[in-house]
Design a protein around this ligand. Structure first.
Ligand code: EPZ
Length: 418
């Protein structure tokens, strides 16, 4: 087990943003519906991607993955069982359910357990597939889905679900007739999945809206080479590094429209920006203003940025509030920030952050991917040394994290747990 020691550091310079993990995961799963060998570039080399590739290999796919380019061929898939040992390490494995069922008519996918931030049920995925004609039973902790030909229909999601929307979009590609998805998620990763389908000849309407219509087809797809969109959450995390340190920092390889909600909140905190093609620079401010945040689905404020903004809010002059509306337990970073001297109080879904507080280095525990990144941000400005334990969480979604942090001046050491 590794731990990360971070010294109080001044930061500056430029950070290149990698491909988006949460866009790459459904795209890898989509290759299950391809008849050709698919090339995907700008593929982030992070733990979650390697876990998904391990699953695809277990099913019988063949691939090469180097220099952020993935070449994958799923034509020889021979198994349709996604086993517990893989699914338990990464819930997004559930994304193989729709494509496997659509292509093979039967599959078994281990029920993904919950995780630190919540129970994370997949009931909406299953309900939608049942409505498309799938027979679904839960057997020994596995979802067993059977349907020799899914039937297009109208699906109305009771709650907006990102991977639920992605699963049904992929399932509908080989369904009979038209599938209409209402209350669909609209995250940029959904838009990339839909654009990839459109570029592969699938008739799909409503891209980027909460109402999608997909015309099913009989044959598998020919998927042209594509490139994963930049990671908006990684970009937002590094912008928050500039914010918490109140330093000038440039982030390059971005899609500005995907981070509008994040930039707007930082502007409300009195930060200003220099915008150039494919890059954005956060500029230091005389005072960091407090902020009120309510997390919601895209294009609202992303829950995946909540922890990072909480760290920044500890440096604001005044009282900030953050309401977490999507997950029932996504305040695990609060206790750790409190250990560093932050004054944060929780009442139900709302955290109140009393700034400005001088943070002091301490031993802290990473609990989930985004909470861990908040602790890194706090460690950059804390007095003395911060030791972040269980930092494997960080390597799930932040590519070349140590190199990128060192390049902007963060003084850190990666070492074994004592
Ligand atoms: C995706 O998770 C992301 N993961 C998460 O990012 C992100 O936090 C989340 O969307 C919300 O934006 C990937 O894309 C791989 P949901 P997902 O289904 O799809 C409830 C990260 O840090 N729900 O949109 O699992 C659910 O409990 C990760 O990269 C049901 O009740 O999230 C939650 O309260 C963390 N039943 C809400 O909906 C269901 O069947 C939103 O969940 C499905 C979801």
């Amino acid at each position: 087990m590794k731990l990360l020691k971070i010294e109080n550091s001044s930061i500056s310079g430029e950070v290149p943003i990698s491909g988006a993990k949460n866009s790459a995961l459904p795209l890898i799963s989509l290759t299950i519906l391809a008849k050709n060998r698919v090339t995907i570039s700008n593929m982030p080399n992070v733990a979650d991607i390697n876990t998904m590739l391990k699953l695809l290999k277990l099913l019988g796919s063949e691939f090469e993955f180097e220099n952020n380019i993935l070449n994958i061929d799923t034509s020889k898939i021979s198994s349709t069982t996604a086993t517990y040992d893989i699914v338990k390490t990464m819930r997004a494995s559930i994304l193989v359910l729709g494509p496997l069922l659509a292509r093979f008519g039967e599959c078994r996918v281990s029920l993904p357990g919950g995780c630190a931030i919540g129970l994370r049920p997949v009931d909406l995925h299953l309900k939608a597939l049942q409505k498309m004609g799938a027979k679904i039973t839960i057997e020994n902790g596995y979802i067993h889905a059977v349907c020799n030909k899914l039937q297009g229909t109208e699906i109305i999601f009771d709650k907006i679900t990102v991977t639920g929307t992605e699963n049904i979009i992929m399932a509908s590609v080989l369904a009979k007739g038209e599938t209409k998805i209402l209350n669909a998620a609209k995250e940029p990763e959904i838009v990339q999945l839909c654009n990839t389908l459109k570029n592969s000849g699938v008739k799909i309407e409503g891209i980027g809206t909460s109402s999608l219509t997909i015309e099913g087809r009989d044959d598998l797809l020919e998927i042209e080479p594509l490139s994963v969109i930049p990671d908006r959450i990684e970009a937002g995390t590094y912008l928050c590094a500039g914010a918490i340190a109140n330093s000038k920092l440039t982030i390059k390889n971005i899609i500005l429209s995907d981070i509008e909600n994040i930039v707007s909140k930082l502007k409300d905190m009195n930060f200003d920006f220099k915008i150039e093609p494919n890059k954005i620079t956060i500029l230091p401010t005389d005072t960091i203003k407090p902020i009120n945040i309510v997390t919601s689905e895209h294009p609202g404020f992303p829950t995946d940025m909540q922890a990072q903004f909480m760290a920044v809010a500890t440096q604001a002059d005044g009282v900030s509030t953050i309401e977490e509306r999507l997950f029932e337990n996504r305040f695990m970073h609060v206790a750790e920030l409190q250990r560093m001297g932050a004054d944060i109080r929780i009442s139900g879904k709302v955290a109140t952050i009393y700034g400005k507080n001088r943070l002091i280095g301490a031993d802290v525990m990473a609990t989930d991917l985004r909470a861990s990144s908040a602790l890194v941000l706090a460690g950059i400005i804390a007095k003395g040394e911060t030791k972040i334990h269980r930092i494997y969480h960080l390597f799930r979604g932040y590519e070349n994290l140590i190199k990128k942090l060192e390049k902007i001046g963060v003084k850190l050491t990666l070492c074994d747990e004592e």
